[in-house]
Design a binder for this molecule. Structure first.
Ligand code: CAA
Ligand code: FAD
Length: 379
């Protein structure tokens, strides 16, 4: 067993850390307050190769391993989880499935632009009445001669207004329940495609979460990925990898809050000494550091299994459920270490706590992760 990162992985960490400090940190509080998407920053992330890190270089990707990807996600999430979720969706939920299951023509037309950071992608599975219960899709794709007509509504879509390319799940045969779900590539300028309401959220406020409305949206048959009925398997397989991305986001949020709390504890003096000299604060720091290390090991293990080509379904669910709980615990404790200063925006930790909460909800709630883990154990 080797816990040493490679030269390349260390270089990715340094590059991501520097980018987060120089490009994401300035303005992060304002973007959160104004619920403003980090457009310029995400564009630069694309130019630096963060948007298609694991994609084959022949499709303008970085050709890197999943460990490098989670390292970069952790570093960017320490500072701006709204930017990192755009990255996670593009890498894990859009590029991965397109590369694995897309046709050569689909990859040529869409993957190169997505992986090269020219355009952003979105993953459209959830609906008003199909969140955890993702098989209950109401969106319909009706087959005509050379195209499908898509009708329905998607909810909560990350990169909803910023994306140009959308992977959309829809029923092509409702009689077959989840085996009748298919997945399509939809372009933003398609007639009948409407970007709906923007959600006003607790956290990741810079991320643009929208509902999407499909009114007779015409999609060519060649934009279906895989066979009819393959959509649900595609979604679940994609989400297994996506959950590693969100686990690394949660890890980064926790690590970012811990680093701030540690630094603050050495500066702030009460009763004649730095608060880091009070044992109550030391124990908090010790618990935070231990939980973060345990979360990091789970995240790396899941990424490593993916790199080895082994099954990572359960490992990804464990990493996500644990890291997201650590993110909540650590961010709450980081506020406590900051006292009253932790409760105001200037010190960043209150934002990290608000951002942490979403990691227990999206890409499968903590309850759903436990279902996935339990099914694996009991199989
Ligand atoms: N990996 C591979 N296949 C899986 C799977 C997994 N993790 N989970 C389920 N499947 C397969 C099952 O094996 C089954 O296949 P067969 O029919 O071929 O046997 C099929 O999917 C249906 O599974 P179930 O019978 O278990 O279906 P279910 O309805 O009881 O439960 C579920 C399925 C696990 C709860 C699933 O619906 C689920 O994961 N829900 C959560 C949805 C989710 O994560 N949404 C995220 C949206 S994207 C997002 O959130 C992005 C973002 O925020 C940034
Ligand atoms: P519900 O499924 O209604 O769940 C409500 C509660 O019941 C939860 O606590 C849940 O864990 C619990 N529950 C449900 N079923 C069970 C069960 N069987 N056993 C035990 N407990 C259960 N979706 C996309 O497709 N693409 C995106 O890009 C995307 N981005 C998102 C961004 C944000 C900011 C948010 C808030 C959501 C996003 N989602 C996205 C949707 C997200 O994946 C869903 O919100 C999530 O899967 C939960 O679904 P739901 O909100 O309908 O909750």
């Amino acid at each position: 067993m080797n816990f040493q990162l490679t030269e390349e992985q260390l270089a990715v960490r340094d590059a991501a850390r520097e980018f987060a400090q120089t490009e994401l940190l300035p303005g992060v509080i304002e973007r959160d307050s104004e619920a403003r998407f980090p457009k310029e920053q995400v564009k630069k992330m694309g130019e630096l190769g963060f948007m298609g890190m694991m994609v084959d270089p022949k499709y303008k990707g970085g050709g890197m391993d999943a460990i490098s990807y989670v390292i970069a996600m952790e570093e960017l999430s320490k500072i701006d989880a709204s930017a990192s979720v755009a990255m996670s969706v593009n890498n894990s939920l859009v590029c991965w499935g397109l590369e694995k299951y897309g046709t050569d023509a689909q990859k040529e037309k869409y993957l190169t632009r997505l992986a090269g950071g020219e355009v952003l992608g979105a993953f459209c599975l959830s609906e008003p009445e199909a969140g955890s219960d993702a098989t209950s899709q109401r969106t319909i794709a009706e087959k005509k001669e050379s195209h499908y007509l898509i009708n329905g509504v998607k909810n909560w879509i990350t990169n909803g207004s910023s994306a140009s390319i959308y992977l959309v799940f829809a029923q092509t045969d409702a009689q077959k329940a989840h085996k009748g779900i298919s997945v399509f590539i939809v372009e933003k300028d398609s007639e009948g495609f409407v970007v709906g309401r923007k959600e006003d959220k607790l956290g990741i406020r810079g991320s643009d979460t929208h509902s999407l409305i499909f009114n007779d949206v015409k999609v060519p048959v060649e934009n279906r990925i895989g066979d009819e009925g393959f959509g649900f398997t595609f979604a679940m397989e994609t989400l297994n990898g996506g959950r590693i991305g969100i686990a690394s986001q949660a890890l980064g949020i926790a690590a970012g809050a811990y680093e701030l709390a540690l630094a603050y504890s050495k500066e702030r003096k009460t009763f004649g000494k730095p608060i880091s000299q009070h044992q109550a604060i030391q124990f908090k720091l010790a618990d935070m550091a231990t939980q973060i290390e345990a979360a990091r090991l789970l995240v790396y293990k899941a990424a490593w299994l993916k790199d080895q080509g082994e099954d990572y379904t359960q490992a990804a669910a464990m990493a996500k459920v644990y890291a997201s709980e650590v993110a909540m615990n650590v961010t709450i404790e980081a506020i406590q270490v900051h006292g009253g200063y932790g409760y105001v925006k200037e010190y960043h930790v209150e934002r990290l706590m608000r951002d942490a909460k979403i990691t227990q909800i999206y890409e499968g709630t903590s309850e759903i992760q436990r279902i996935v883990i339990a099914r694996g154990i009991l199989r």
